[in-house]
Design a protein around this ligand. Structure first.
Ligand SMILES: Cc1ncc(COP(=O)(O)O)c(C=O)c1O
Length: 403
């Protein structure tokens, strides 16, 4: 049985049928791979292209600039006192101003928060604190691959749970894996990257209550792009659950809906006792002052700037899916997130990505881990992208067939 190894962006051939049969399988122990993400940024710079000349749809970043008030706040910080603040370390632990804004945004207390250098930093912190050789982490896959790398670095084992349909939530499959594996941690991404499925808050509460010895880590990097609740109009979150249950933690970020990936700001929401435990591994200087200033200014623009952008992105995603389907192109989504997946029955994902690059369209080839799939971030003007995809698939001699 060919089982994928713990390597990011590996090019190994994956025997999907055998993996499905196994339902969940333990990641082979190997020397942890270095985190070597693909990047389009250098290619863009090399070609001398400016942001408005490219469609950078490969990292699920926000696709518009943050509001002018955010850049103004950062400039003001740089220039104030003639730059004299730059010589000092940032406010510790993300600073009181940001923690207060975050507490109000998430409906929790300051004691429930730990601000981090992006949510990757939070995931690393949680893995270091909770995992070690001999321990197990369970993750329904496909999911955010860098988390799997973090697990490998702790020496713990990763058990991947293969959902019978990766675009449909299957809480029972997770519960069965937990029963069999008795993991220290379960990693649930909601909405999940790359499938867009959402793990219901009630299901997370039930799992956490049923397995009190297991930590349920809910990665809500794409929370703002979640399905709006019919009652409140806001996406559901496990943040309040995490504030009260000791075995649920949530991670969030400013890199996606807030269009601030470059400043590196994320945070953890957890029970105060979990936050205290995490402090043993935490560097309070890790959140730079630009990130703090930008994040505070961004939260103040939530209603005025970001909510309209988020709503427009959701509408663009749904329209893009309908448009591709009308053109006979196989597109798959669990329904949430600022991304969707194309499916190529013949597996020529690398070729499609390479051809789209010629049109300055950068998308993500998931073929190594998720055969036949290409992930596309949703921007506000997807008509051109659909045209380019259709023309490229035509040039490649086929249109895709639904799986
Ligand atoms: C599910 C998920 N979690 C976390 C991250 C990391 O985000 P950041 O470190 O920029 O907050 C990403 C980035 O793509 C992601 O997709």
């Amino acid at each position: 049985m060919a089982v994928p190894r713990g390597q990011f962006a590996s090019t190994e051939i994956v025997d999907l049928a055998a993996i499905r049969q196994a339902q969940h399988h333990v990641e082979e122990k190997a020397r942890p791979a270095a985190y070597s993400p693909t990047t389009s940024l250098e290619k863009i710079a090399r070609d001398g292209r400016t942001p408005d000349e490219v469609h950078k749809l490969d990292w699920n970043e926000g696709t518009i600039a943050p509001p002018p008030s955010v850049t103004a706040a950062m400039m003001e910080y740089i220039q104030s006192a003639g730059g004299a603040y730059l010589k000092w370390y940032p406010h510790l632990s993300g600073g009181e101003a940001l923690r207060l804004e975050l507490a109000s945004y998430c409906g929790v207390e300051d004691a429930n928060l730990l601000v981090t250098n992006g949510s990757d930093d939070a995931l690393i912190l949680l893995c270091r604190a909770l995992l070690a050789p001999g321990k197990v982490a369970v993750a329904p896959t496909p999911t955010y691959e860098h988390f799997c790398v973090n697990v490998a670095h702790t020496g713990a084992e990763l058990v991947r749970v293969d959902l019978s349909d990766p675009f449909v939530v299957d809480v029972d499959a997770v519960a069965t894996a937990v029963e069999h594996q008795r993991p220290a941690m379960v990693y649930l991404v909601s909405p999940n990257n790359p499938t867009g499925i959402e793990w219901p808050v009630e299901s997370v509460r039930d799992l956490a209550t049923r397995f009190p010895e297991v930590m349920f880590l809910v990665d809500e990097a794409y929370h703002e792009f979640g399905t709006p609740d019919g009652w409140t109009g806001e996406p559901r979150s496990c943040a309040r659950l995490a504030a009260t249950l000791r075995n649920v933690v949530v991670t969030r970020t400013f890199s996606k809906a807030f269009c601030l990936a470059s400043v590196r700001c994320g945070f953890v929401v957890a029970h105060p006792s979990t936050i205290e435990d995490l402090r043993a591994y935490y560097n309070p200087k890790s959140v730079n002052q630009f990130a703090q200033v930008a994040a505070v200014a961004a939260l103040r623009e939530l209603d005025t700037y970001y909510k309209p952008y988020i709503a427009a992105t959701r509408a663009a995603r749904d329209a893009f899916v309908r448009d591709l389907q009308a053109r006979g192109i196989a597109v798959r989504t669990g329904g949430a997130g600022n991304f969707v997946c194309l499916y190529l029955a013949d597996g020529r994902t690398a070729e499609l990505c390479r051809r789209l690059e010629a049109h300055a369209i950068y998308v993500r080839d998931l073929g190594a881990r998720f055969p036949g799939h290409v992930r596309i971030t949703i921007g506000l003007d997807m008509g051109k992208i659909a045209d380019a995809i259709e023309a490229t698939l035509h040039d490649m001699g086929h249109l895709t067939l639904a799986p």
